[in-house]
Design a protein around this ligand. Sequence first.
Ligand SMILES: *Cc1c(COP(=O)(O)O)cnc(C)c1O
Length: 373
Amino acid sequence: MSDIRYKFLDLKEVNAPWADGINAAIRRVAESGRYIGGEEVKRFEEALAASVGSGVRAVGVSNGLDALRLIFRAYIELGIMKPGDEVIVPANTYIASILAVTDNGLKPVFVEPRLDTLNLDTALIEHSISPRTRAILTVHLYGRVCYDTAMRAAADKYNLRIVEDNAQAIGAVYNKSIVTGALGDAAAFSFYPTKNIGAIGDAGAVTSHDPELLSAVKALANYGSDYRYHNIYRGLNCRLDPIQAAVLSYKLTYLAKECERRHKVAEVYERCIDNPLITKPLYTETGDMVWHQYVVMTPHRDELRDYLLKRGVETDVNYPTAPHRQPCMEEYSGLNLPITEKIAREVVSLPISACTSVDDAAEIARIINQFQK
Ligand SMILES: *Cc1c(COP(=O)(O)O)cnc(C)c1O
């Protein structure tokens, strides 16, 4: 493993260019005497909300899964959903999306993805709606917007909330006009260190246009307390750490640059990879994809990964097991989801982090083009 020339991801390397700003942020909090909530958290919430769009507000929380769990829990507390209700979910996602639904006693209804976008096939939504359906959980997987007029029409027709899992797509733009986090009724962000804007630990946020929903999320994340020593919900402790907030306020100022950097790497892969054994991801110039991952597909996945590793190229698989096939989801293991399972068998993520330059991408593409069965 010592002769890896192209690492998949090295978080130390990712954060090295930002060291001065990160250290200054940590120090500011350490010296402030304010270690829970306070100005740093408020400042980050305002910056995030401003980056998402006008009329949107943000509440910082502990991580992306908690952001999603709190959204559904808040809808339950507000009487908009109740345990046993159904939520339409993409079958092809990271399991955290599904855990947020099941954690609240809601029932995930798995819907197959499209093979071109790998995102939920919105044409199948209406077919999956029952009288108990209350929401659509849309996941902008790998950084690609999953939202369209069909999804909006189904939501409006059946009075469903649209909840965005925006863990992977911060900064992505639908239809050159609306930023992810402002498309649905509420959105969850993750700032897990490997995400496009990563904290130096766990962090997350909820965005919404709906002040009532945000107040419920904020209270639920703070023991269910709306004001001091007054608890309206049986809440949790899911607050955003001010150290992470301070680091994120700084890193968020580089969001546009980060999107542009990833796009440039993806553009090189798109232009240079040419191998009939490899299917490249759908490529667009519209800004609806922020390339959290650059995911190719091949029926010869293990051979390709082996071949690349021998030539110094590290890859990853996001994700090798579909959520409904995980041991903890046994009750859903019998579902017939062939597209999702094909994706789980065939996807390979190529390097696209800050460790990957455009020259690296060109060289990785050259190596991929020589891959044979
Ligand atoms: C990372 C991720 C989450 C969970 O975020 P955490 O901050 O790790 O809890 C949820 N959904 C998706 C799609 C993710 O990629």
